[in-house]
Design a protein around this ligand. Structure first.
Ligand code: GNR
Ligand code: NI
Length: 174
């Protein structure tokens, strides 16, 4: 169990473009395990390797809402190595997004509502799937991270500056 440090804005590591994983090794699988530990510890629904300072195209997602009203949350861990968007819908959807690298700040982001994604799982098996809803939003958010892009980059300059200001104010108060 290893909880890694999550980079927060304005760390320059968040702007790096990650490299494709050439071969999935035990080291890759150890990184994936540590990323899940880190994501669950932070109560996020997704995490890109970029956010823990690793410039490899690896994403983990578990849409399980952390606070189920009753009992243990049912985990649904999903691993995406070298994920690629192969199709985006014309139709868009708005979602109130947050990001572990921009703590406790939220804004409505417009993205394609549905997407088709190609990826490798932790055993190197290839998959392709059409996604919608929160999964579609989340995988697009995570692939953005692999390209050095943050959800605030999709906002107007005014809204982006407001979020950065609010975050800096909250940090000073802490
Ligand atoms: O925990 C997260 N919640 C979330 C909510 C709406 C859209 C995207 C996300 S991803 C985010 C975790 C994170 O920062 N992943 O990069
Ligand atoms: Ni994020």
């Amino acid at each position: 169990m290893t909880v890694m440090t999550i980079l927060e804005i304005p760390h320059p590591g968040l702007r790096e473009v990650a490299q494709p994983v050439a071969e999935i090794t035990d080291q890759t699988r150890a990184l994936i395990d540590d990323m899940f530990d880190t994501m669950y510890d932070a109560r996020g629904i997704g995490l890109a390797a970029t956010q823990v300072g690793v410039t490899q195209r690896v994403v983990v997602i578990d849409l399980q809402e952390p606070a189920e009203p009753e009992g243990e949350p049912v985990r649904d861990p999903r691993t995406f190595v070298n994920p690629e968007l192969v199709w985006l819908s014309e139709e868009t959807a708005n979602y109130n997004e947050g990001c572990l690298s921009i703590p406790e700040q939220y804004a409505e982001v417009e993205r394609p509502a549905r997407c088709r994604v190609k990826w490798l799982d932790r055993d190197g098996v290839a998959h392709e799937e059409e996604m919608d809803g929160l999964l579609s939003t989340c995988i697009q958010h995570e692939i953005d991270h692999l390209n050095g892009v943050l959800f605030i980059d999709h906002l107007s300059r005014l809204k982006r500056d407001m979020i950065v200001k609010k975050l800096n104010k909250a940090r000073k108060a802490a």
